[in-house]
Design a binder for this molecule. Sequence first.
Ligand code: GDP
Ligand code: MG
Length: 338
Amino acid sequence: MSFLGNLFSKENQPDRPASRSLAEGRQAGKESLDQGLEKSKENFFSKLGKAIAGKSSVDEEVLDQLEEILISSDVGVDTTLKIIKRIQTRVARDKYVGTTELDSILKQEIAHLLSENNTEDLADFETPTGKKPYVLLVVGVNGVGKTTTIGKLAAQFKKRGKSVVLGAADTFRAAAVDQLKLWGERVGVPVISKGMNTDPSAVAFEAVEKGVEMGADVIIIDTAGRLHTKINLMQELSKIKRVIQKVIPDAPHDVMLVLDGSTGQNAVVQAREFTKATDVTCLAITKLDGTAKGGVVIGISDEFKIPVKYIGVGEKIDDLQTFNKKEFVDSLFKRSVS
Ligand SMILES: Nc1nc2c(ncn2[C@@H]2O[C@H](COP(=O)(O)OP(=O)(O)O)[C@@H](O)[C@H]2O)c(=O)[nH]1
Ligand SMILES: [Mg+2]
């Protein structure tokens, strides 16, 4: 869909039904995660089914195939090797592991592996205590879902009684500013913008200044996703950070990199580039609905040791969840009921 098409598509209209209540949201969250990961599961289990067909125990041949399946499910080579090694150890220790136990063993070992990366999961959409306003700078290449994620996040914070201000510092394209304004209207939060082609740092500065003036709890700054050269990106982001710090010396409190999960290993490459160019403190992985590449979250979570805070499971206002490693792995390895 063209960008303008996106912008004016039905989903993005301000007159959509209001988002779900908190309780409904939590209840619906698990189901939409299960649904969102359906394609990833189908892909994984059909391959796994073939690999273990006619086999009763997990042997070297099954492990070889499992390795291929995990790699082709976008888990990534390094993470896959760690997982296989753990299962090998377990098979050696237990002498006999039946293929019927393989699902649950995989689930346990992956959950363990991820729990070792020393990042805490968010219990809910919360901001760090003592940071008021909490300033979140959002980065990532064009099209990954930054603006959408900001809109969804603003909605969640607002639902929890927080006042939110958005800054339209993606001034590269006129439509980008309009898109954030539209989200601002939908959610009912102010958007600070100076229009297209203005200095992104000036917008960031004004957004933070206004946010402080208004006594906001949260300030979220959208940025352009240009990654022409690492130097460019580094310079632009450090300039934005510097001006923000003129108002709040310890801000931004988080720099969140948004990655499009449906691009699989491309998302991993972007994560490497951005973490080299700037201090990324947390991640959001979008578009996990309708892709078979959900395994990429496992690889990213293992490789980067940077907390994945949020995952996007659709285009709608409620389709953003806080990332919980255990729940994610449970959902990914839960065979569908059908
Ligand atoms: N299916 C799906 N689409 C998403 C998700 N997040 C964002 N999108 C879509 O991805 C497209 C690009 O998003 P946008 O927020 O404009 O990306 P940006 O350029 O990084 O700001 C839009 O059509 C969004 O509706 C998601 O979690 N799932
Ligand atoms: Mg955008």
